[in-house]
Each structure stands twice: as structure tokens, then as C-alpha cells.
Design a protein around this ligand. Structure first.
Ligand code: GTP
Ligand code: MG
Length: 196
């Protein structure tokens, strides 16, 4: 499934320009700079497929990627980037919320959390939105390479405890690193299973 070549399909700057309902969609959401685009590159094995940057606010639209095998992977703008102009932040937030709330083919949202920082207030808002609309989601810890092994286990446990009573949350937390490849096979297997 992930052995097939992945390609960029389209960029969606506003909710009005979403393509008609088609294949199953799987989205990557999270704070600015958490590593959404990097994770998509690591998963697909195509460096530069999704554009990444050291500076937050790199991804500004919904970007659709496909390998033609029945699943579309959607890279999303990040939330919580305080330094961007307010108008821009407002429009990203509107796009994110409208998409997460109302896309019938959206099968699973991977909510990315920086393993060093854990769940923040705006992450909890996103989880609230997904719980209230019953969109299935799973937490993925990113940048695990930046933690000591013991530290990673602790944040996995803490995060699992924090989401325990959330109705739409997958109970398992996946720790990943786009640098070392940690967690990639597991995430690939889960996404492939969602395609059917
Ligand atoms: P926006 O599109 O701005 O919301 O950001 P994003 O979530 O797509 O983050 P992006 O993938 O652009 O990565 C942000 C920065 O984090 C880049 O400098 C990446 O190289 C770095 N980064 C991403 N994943 C990892 C990781 O697993 N480990 C380490 N050490 N750095 C990472
Ligand atoms: Mg990005």
C-alpha cells in the first residue's frame, strides 16, 4: 500500500473549493510546526512531497495526497501559530474546523502532539471538536527522537490517561519520529487497514 508512489493531488485553500466526495480521507492535524508535513513525507517515503519548514505556518491549505490505492492523505495547516497575522490565523482556523466538522469521507484524524510539550489548550479544543462531531481520531506523538527513552514512556502514559474518557479517541498513543523512522511501520499498517 505504502510501497506505491504517492503524489500530490490538489491544494484546497477554502472550504468552498473542497473536491466532491470521493475516496476515504485521513487527515493530519496539529499545532504549527509539530511535524505534520514531515510525518507525511516519512510515511510515504517521498522527501519533499509535503513542504516542511523550520518556521511555523508553512502549510496554509489542505493538501491532498494519493497513491491511487483508495485513501487520500490530507496535510492540514497548523493551529496555534500566534505570530501570523490575525486574518490569516482566522481563515486557517475556519478551514480546519469546517473540514474536521463536516467531511463525510473523513475516516480518521491523526492529531499530532509534540512529545516534548504534550497536550496544550488548543489541542484540547481540537479534541473537543472531534469528540462533539464523533470523528474518530488518534494521538500521534512527534519528534520522539528529542526525548530520552524514559521520558517518552512517561509522556505516552500521561497522554493516554488524559484522553481515556474521550468518546472519539483511539485509546492507543503512537510515538513517532520522522528523523529515526520510529512508529512509521505501525502508522502505515493502521492507515492501510483504514482503507478498506
Ligand atoms: P506547519 O505546516 O507550519 O503547521 O508545520 P508542520 O506541522 O507541517 O511541521 P513540519 O513538518 O514543517 O516540521 C517543522 C519542523 O520540525 C521542521 O524543521 C522539521 O524538520 C522538524 N521536525 C519534524 N518532525 C521531526 C522529528 O520527528 N524529529 C525532529 N528532530 N524534528 C522534526
Ligand atoms: Mg506543514
Amino acid at each position: 500500500f505504502f510501497a506505491r508512489p504517492w503524489n500530490f493531488l490538489r491544494s484546497v485553500p477554502s472550504i468552498e473549493t473542497l473536491p466532491p466526495i470521493g475516496e476515504t480521507e485521513i487527515a493530519f492535524a496539529g499545532r504549527s510546526n509539530v511535524g505534520k508535513s514531515s510525518l507525511i513525507n516519512a510515511l510515504t517515503g517521498r522527501i519533499g512531497l509535503a513542504r516542511t519548514s523550520n518556521t511555523p505556518g508553512r502549510t496554509q491549505e489542505l493538501n491532498y495526497f494519493s497513491s491511487g490505492a483508495g485513501v487520500i492523505v490530507v496535510d492540514m495547516p497548523g493551529y496555534g501559530y500566534a505570530e501570523a497575522p490575525k486574518q490569516l490565523v482566522d481563515s486557517w482556523n475556519q478551514l480546519i474546523r469546517a473540514y474536521l466538522r463536516g467531511r463525510v469521507t473523513l475516516r480518521r484524524v491523526y492529531v499530532l502532539i509534540d512529545a516534548r510539550h504534550g497536550l496544550k489548550a488548543n489541542d484540547l479544543e481540537t479534541l473537543d471538536l472531534l469528540d462533539s462531531t464523533a470523528v474518530s481520531y488518534q494521538i500521534v506523538l512527534t519528534k520522539a527522537d528529542k526525548l530520552k527513552p524514559g521520558g517518552l514512556e512517561r509522556v505516552v502514559e500521561e497522554t493516554a490517561a488524559a484522553i481515556k474518557r474521550r468518546p472519539a479517541a483511539h485509546p492507543t498513543i503512537i510515538a513517532t519520529s520522522s528523523e529515526t523512522g520510529l512508529g512509521m511501520d505501525r502508522l502505515r499498517a493502521e492507515i492501510a487497514a483504514l482503507a478498506v
